[in-house]
Write a protein of this length. Structure first.
Lengths: 336, 368
């Protein structure tokens, strides 16, 4: 059976709200409008306005209210219409949510989920199109999840809602409508994925490609292209970028001896940088080639279609980097 | 026990609401306990000042002396099922909520016996089991958080309320108005308590607020201006606000109060206000002296009996400091605890996740 990522998220919300009366959903247009991206469709009708709350367009206010409710023991799910708007509320995510358990030596836990679409969208310009993965993954006290497939979306969202700590759950608008096959096990209401474990989406032996969210699909496409040229790529779907599954990444690199990191976000201080450092720390002597990083261009997102395409990673970029790592191509500078 | 009826120092002023009566009922034992508890708070803060100057307290330290009537008056009208959240000037709120002196001083000195095991510091005291949710360092952030506590109280149908305390500086923060709007839309039992001590750090209220009538700043939300130096007025206002909020939703209480110390320990508190102003408040409006006079006028205790209480309080504080000094610093392993609820964090079958120290190869904790 196949379901869309949207259906996966909707069913995960529905099942967890049904299982625990302390779970509630709040955000802009989550109720009567049925969700700006229809993720919360049908939930207002089923759970009523006490548990599905439309908020004004005031992120600092409603994110703070969500965190306060979590201090008291409720399990809020705060939807940001997109994560771009979470910048209005980032103080509550970092200073109010992530640090309270530590500052109170365990007295004030914060079982909250901040969720919504993240990453590069299409044609919406610089302020509505960027990845906040590295931003939130920087902060101790947060867990940062990045689903790719429908199974990821269901299993990770259910895990996030059940988790006792604050979770930043980064969805991708462009994946909502995509369908993925799901197992019967993944459709069961008890299904849950462990937080902090990556998934090897495709096994390979020549080069490791790490990716999260939409870039997992690109990495898989790149692996297809590479296989036609005799390169066997292993694709790791990170699923969680904090905690980061360093063991799976390093085990893979120790096998393939080559690493390409892929992310949509800006390159500087990004997720790829941390993965590279982890491999340098733990598996340096296994590397047979320089680590390659594919990331968004180091510019605000442009509007024009041709420029936008250049600003986000493409399958070709991943293929090219993998070939360099496998010595099937030489870097441009060296060729010149 | 006989009931004593006392007039508040000045009438309440209401905004979109009829203010409560100026006549407040109290008892001899209540007045004596007000005297004792406020004296204890005053002494605690003065002792913290000297501990800071002898370098036993680090970093930021914001003292509450002068404002004691607000903490005590609120507490008198509510139960521990009601919640309080405040900013960084939190030592005395913690004490009023039932916290102990030893835990307070231990926390100030970063010791294991502290209420946050030495990991929070001066600005991050909590006592969740009696409804105190901190202790927050970012100006204004505690107000939406407090409205969230009120949301949970209503969601759980508890019939309790939350008081969110903030200063006149925070009163101009945007998020306060965002949270108030939502609280009013959703009829949350949220009471916003503006402790107007007239200076946000060194900026006089009129230099930061076009309208320093903070009880009116809720527009559609009713407000009450209260003499925050009069513990009985605070008591009356808190009772009034709790009843109102449970039925109707949010209310603002503006407490006209004063801090004797500077904003924090780096502020002598005398560059932006005159010494005459401070000594004038001490002479005319001091909350402890006001209660002392009431006790005398009703002949509830003699001057020497009150002196004895002050001596007891002083000894209580000295003993607590001595005990706190005996508490060791936190164990180094505590560096990595409480980042997440369960151990170092997440449930995974393999040791995939780590917390790192400054030298990642020397100091790291593998998740259990």
């Amino acid at each position: 059976k196949e379901i869309t990522v949207r259906e996966a998220l909707n069913s995960a919300l529905d099942e967890e709200m049904s299982a625990d009366p302390k779970v509630f959903l709040m955000g802009e247009e989550v109720g009567e409008y049925q969700g700006a991206y229809k993720i919360s469709k049908g939930l207002l009708e089923k759970y009523g306005p006490e548990r599905v709350l439309d908020t004004p367009i005031t992120e600092a206010g409603f994110a703070g209210i969500g965190v306060g409710a979590a201090y008291y023991g409720l399990r809020p799910i705060v939807e940001f219409m997109t994560f771009n708007f979470s910048m209005q509320a980032i103080d509550h995510i970092i200073n109010s949510a992530a640090k309270s358990n530590y500052m109170s030596a365990g007295q004030i836990s914060v079982p909250i989920v901040f969720r919504g679409p993240n990453g590069a969208a299409a044609g919406v310009g610089a302020q509505h199109s960027q990845c906040f993965g590295a931003w939130y993954a920087h902060v101790p006290g947060l867990k940062v999840l990045t689903p790719y497939s429908s199974e990821d979306a269901r299993g990770l969202l259910k895990a996030a809602i059940r988790d006792p700590d604050p979770v930043v759950f980064l969805e991708n608008e462009l994946l909502y409508g995509e369908s993925f096959p799901v197992s019967a096990e993944a459709l069961d209401s008890s299904f849950c994925l462990p937080i902090g474990k990556a998934k090897i989406e495709r096994e390979g032996k020549d080069v490791t490609i790490t990716a999260f969210s939409k870039m997992v699909g690109y990495a898989l496409q790149a692996a297809d292209v590479l296989s036609t040229e005799g390169i066997s790529a292993e694709v790791i779907n990170l699923r969680s970028i904090r905690p980061l599954d360093r063991a799976t990444i390093n085990a893979s690199v120790r096998k393939t001896n080559r690493l390409i990191t892929v992310e949509e976000g800006f390159p500087q201080h990004g997720v790829g940088a941390e993965i590279c450092m982890s491999v340098v720390e733990e598996s340096f002597e296994y590397l047979d080639a320089p680590v390659e990083r594919i990331a968004g261009a180091d510019v605000p997102m442009p509007y024009a279609a041709n420029l936008e395409r250049m600003a986000v990673p493409q399958v070709d970029d991943i293929v090219r980097a993998a070939k360099r790592a496998c010595y099937r191509a030489v870097p441009l500078a060296a060729a010149a | 026990e006989p009931t004593i009826t006392v007039e508040t120092s000045v009438p309440f002023t209401g905004h979109k609401i009829d203010p409560p009566s100026r006549s407040v009922e109290t008892t001899p034992s209540e007045l004596l306990s007000f005297f004792r508890e406020m004296s204890l708070m005053r002494r605690m803060e003065i002792a913290a000042d000297s501990l800071y100057k002898s370098k036993l307290i680090r970093g930021f330290c914001h003292l509450y002396d002068g404002q004691e009537a607000v903490a005590i008056g609120l507490e008198t009208s509510i139960t521990k099922k009601d919640a309080i959240i405040t900013a960084y000037r939190d030592h005395c709120i913690y004490l009023a909520r039932g916290g102990t002196l030893v835990e307070a001083f231990s926390e100030l000195m970063g010791r294991r016996a502290g209420c946050s095991k030495g990991k929070g510091g001066s600005m991050h005291f909590y006592k969740k089991d009696s409804g105190f949710f901190g202790g927050h360092g970012i100006v204004g952030a505690q107000v939406p958080l407090g409205c969230g506590l009120a949301f949970a109280q209503k969601y759980l149908k508890e019939g309790t309320v939350t008081f969110s305390l903030y200063g006149d500086g925070a009163a101009n923060q945007g998020q306060l108005f965002e949270a108030l709007n939502i609280s009013a839309l959703w009829d949350l039992p949220a009471i916003l308590v503006c402790e107007n001590n007239h200076y946000g750090m060194g900026t006089a209220e009129w230099r930061a607020a076009k309208s320093p009538a903070y009880y009116k700043r809720g527009d559609y939300v009713p407000g009450l201006k209260v003499d925050g130096m009069d513990v009985l007025a605070v008591k009356q206002a808190a009772k009034f606000a709790k009843e109102y909020a449970l039925k109707n939703g949010p209310m603002i209480l503006e407490m006209d109060t004063y801090r004797y110390h500077g904003h924090s320990m780096s502020d002598p508190g005398s560059t932006y206000r005159t010494r005459d102003e401070i000594s004038g408040v001490r002479q005319e409006r001091d909350p402890i002296e006001r209660v002392r006079k009431l006790i005398f006028s009703h002949e509830l205790a003699t001057a020497s009996e009150l002196k004895d209480i002050e001596k007891e309080v002083r000894k209580e504080v000295d003993d607590a400091i001595a005990e706190a000094k005996e508490s060791p610093m936190p164990d180094p392993s505590e560096l990595f605890t409480n980042v997440f609820v369960k151990g170092f964090g997440v449930e995974v079958s393999r040791n995939t996740c780590m917390s790192f120290g400054a030298d990642r190869k020397e100091v790291k904790a593998i998740l259990p």
